[in-house]
Design a protein around this ligand. Structure first.
Ligand code: PHB
Length: 422
């Protein structure tokens, strides 16, 4: 027996994008259902960068998700850029008035699941055989088998693909439905570890070294998160813990500084890729977050982009489904792509400036050093990095009937993040 059901928005994926969309829609009086193939435990443990732009943190606070974020988030004024054995502090707060907050994605996902459960939201974890169908009709369907084996066919006004780069939604778009797919694969990967070791730095260190890039980040005052550039085809079995710590100590070294080590709790290798699909919509299917675009982790933009997409999408879908206006959904893709490309630019810039190519020539190496020296010695150059790194553009969520497409983004992007006069 198949259960035939109805919801307003069928959401594929229970990462930060899908769960936040469901939460924001509920705040605007729109019903949704989240379907996820992974288990809840998997979603709550998935390691991703946890660096929030101020506008991202503000949106979370403004929508009831600020309690643990404010208690446990680590406020950073900026970052360290390291090269040629020197470590330079880039004080973003001094340059732009904005810092960043470290609050891991795992915790955002836990907060979102908790608030959705408390508000009676429906999220199905551990679903199988999920598919989207009828994308050319006015009532597309989200079909899946739940964890107990029950088959569901849910008719939806709209489907939101929040199911990541390898999800089912983007490939379900018929040929010709996507105008362009811009893709760049970088010829190296990141080996990331989570370590039971108090961070040896108060702010994130980005280090360019002749042996390759290294990054020292953190999750809590007790848990470090560190990365090494490794060859694209490298195998994690080649990296016993001692080798990882030795390499990190070498690449992060500056005189008088010592890297604290500890048990490695988790380690994995991730490819470095950049991708943008345009437009982020096919009829009644909307793509958000990694389903529409991915960035390499350098600069930690992925989560921030996903939150910005979802704030715009929730505003647009509330406009459509509650107030019967289509101007906001029509503006959705363009609204989000401007920000996505700015983030793509930042992550490309930082990636190419800080990583060493397999057979890098001396010209490129000297240029990287010259660029880093310019960034760390010119206030104007530093301010440009600081502006893009810390975001700048407000993240708009406006569930009111008078939400404006012009207010989403655009040249007025440096206005305050939240407008209390709504
Ligand atoms: C992280 O904390 O995992 C992180 C921070 C900054 C980055 C990338 C990753 O640029």
């Amino acid at each position: 027996m198949t259960l035939k059901e109805r919801t307003q928005v069928g959401i594929v994926g229970a990462g930060p994008a899908g769960l936040l969309l469901s939460h924001l829609l509920a705040l605007g009086g729109v019903e949704s259902r989240v379907v996820e193939v992974r288990s809840r435990a998997h979603c709550e443990a998935r390691q991703r960068a946890g660096m929030l732009e101020p506008a991202t943190a503000q949106l979370l606070r403004d929508t009831g998700l600020g309690r643990r974020l404010d208690a446990e988030g680590l406020e950073h004024d900026g970052i360290y850029l390291q090269f040629a054995g020197e470590r330079h502090h880039m004080n973003f707060r001094e340059l732009t008035g904005r810092g960043v907050t470290i609050y891991p994605q795992t915790e955002i996902v836990k907060d979102l699941i908790q608030i959705r459960n408390a508000n009676g939201g429906i999220a199905e974890f551990g679903a199988t055989d999920s598919e989207v169908a009828g994308l050319d009709s006015d009532l597309p369907e989200l079909r899946y088998t739940d964890a107990a084996g029950q088959r569901h066919e849910v008719s939806c006004d709209v489907i939101a693909g929040c199911d990541g780069f390898r999800g089912i939604c983007r490939p379900a778009i018929p040929a010709g439905g996507l105008r362009t797919i811009a893709l760049r694969t970088y010829p190296f990967s990141w080996l990331g570890i989570l370590a039971q070791a108090p961070p040896s730095t108060d702010q994130v260190i980005y280090a360019r070294h002749e042996r390759g890039f290294a990054l020292h980040s953190m999750r809590t005052p007790q848990i470090g998160r560190l990365y090494l550039q490794v060859p694209a085809d490298d195998d994690i079995s080649q990296w016993p813990d001692d080798r990882i710590w030795d390499e990190l100590s070498l690449r992060l070294a500056v005189p008088g500084w010592h890297l604290r080590t500890g048990p490695v709790l988790d380690k994995s290798i991730t490819g470095m890729r950049s991708f943008v699909a345009t437009p982020m919509r096919y009829r009644r299917l909307f793509l958000a977050g990694d389903a529409a675009h991915i960035v390499p982790p350098t600069g930690a933009k992925g989560l921030n982009l996903a939150v910005a997409d979802v704030a715009a999408l929730a505003t647009a879908l509330i406009g459509l489904l509650r107030y019967g206006r289509s101007d906001l959904v029509d503006a959705y893709s363009d609204t989000c792509q401007e920000r996505a490309w700015r983030a793509t630019y930042l992550s490309w810039w930082m990636t190419t400036m800080l990583h060493v190519l397999p057979r890098q020539d001396p010209f490129d190496s000297a240029l990287q050093i010259a660029q880093l020296r310019n960034l760390t010695s010119s206030r104007a150059a530093g301010a440009m990095l600081a502006e893009i790194y810390t975001g700048g553009a407000p993240v708009r969520f406006d569930p009111s009937p008078k939400a404006s497409p012009a207010a989403f983004l655009g040249p007025e992007s440096l206005v305050p993040a939240w407008d209390d006069s709504r």
